[in-house]
Design a protein around this ligand. Structure first.
Ligand SMILES: [Zn+2]
Length: 276
């Protein structure tokens, strides 16, 4: 559950579905169309929206977080939220487009998207669904080696399964302190959030001077503080990565759809653990 999720909303921000009917003026979609849904609802008028960065809109409302989401029996969504599901992509895989897009966006923010091998040593801290998706998408894009930190054995096993599938070299660690012993990373992803001190542990012991840290973890407000002097002295770049956007072509969701089209059944094996 996202921090700040409104209590009364129907959850589910990772969605696929079938168009039942369309509102007046909608020309591109019709009943029966299979779609993935980008759950960001925004004003469509501010600078951020006009640039294709809905996630930065001051009026942003996320389906499944701030308003009803994918566990609803039916949902009214704006036309711009839809992306066509190819016939080869199952409904279940369609629901994975959203988390894949989160990873695509983070890899773009890190500068790893077009040439992942040029980024140097990569560390992914946190192997929840976001961290594991980062492992999967970076491997799909061609990253050949990665260090990961996952507290639980089943998380590290899932990362290993992904690494084997892509023939990627994986260095798994149970804690950030054990990861700090090896060669420091050029790029690190923080995918834990909450009250975790791992961001500061990365700054203190896991990142090379001049390195980049991409923050994807959703932190509790006011719980974790970073000393800017550490960033200055080590010339570390701290990068926030929020959701996904349409700032670059193709959009993060469009890239994610291609990933799912190619790898949907494998991703289902790893990421779909329960069916209700
Ligand atoms: Zn806006």
């Amino acid at each position: 559950m996202h921090e700040g999720t409104a209590k009364e909303v129907v959850r589910g921000h990772e969605m696929s579905g079938v168009v039942e009917k369309v509102g007046p003026g909608v020309r591109s979609w019709g009943a029966g169309d299979r779609v993935a849904v980008e759950p960001l609802v925004s004003c469509n008028a501010c600078q951020a929206c006009l640039e294709g960065r809905r996630q930065l809109c001051p009026a942003l409302s996320i389906m499944g977080v701030h308003q009803d989401g994918g566990f609803s029996r039916a949902l009214v969504v704006p036309e711009y939220a839809l992306l066509r599901l190819p016939d080869s992509v199952s409904d279940r895989s369609g629901a994975l487009v959203e988390p894949v897009a989160v990873a695509v966006h983070a890899l773009r923010r890190a500068g790893l998207f077009s040439s992942p091998q040029r980024g140097g040593r990569v560390l992914i801290a946190g192997l929840g669904s976001v961290g594991l998706m980062l492992v999967a998408v970076s491997a799909f894009l061609g990253l050949r080696s990665v260090s990961v930190v996952g507290r639980h054995a089943y998380q590290r096993e899932a990362a290993q399964k992904i690494a084997q599938h892509y023939n990627m070299h994986l260095r798994p660690f149970q804690s950030i302190s054990s990861a700090a012993i090896e060669e420091k990373a050029d790029i690190a992803f923080e995918a834990i959030g909450g009250k975790s001190s791992v961001l500061n542990d990365i700054i203190a012991g896991c990142i090379k001077p001049g390195g980049k840290i991409v923050c994807l973890g959703v932190f509790e407000p006011g719980k974790v503080h970073v000393d800017p002097l550490d960033l200055l002295v080590k010339s570390i770049t701290l990068i926030g990565s929020n959701c996904y956007d349409h700032y670059e072509e193709p959009s993060d969701f469009e890239v994610a759809m291609k990933v799912v089209q190619a790898e949907g059944s494998f991703l289902e094996e790893v990421f779909v653990t329960h069916v209700v």
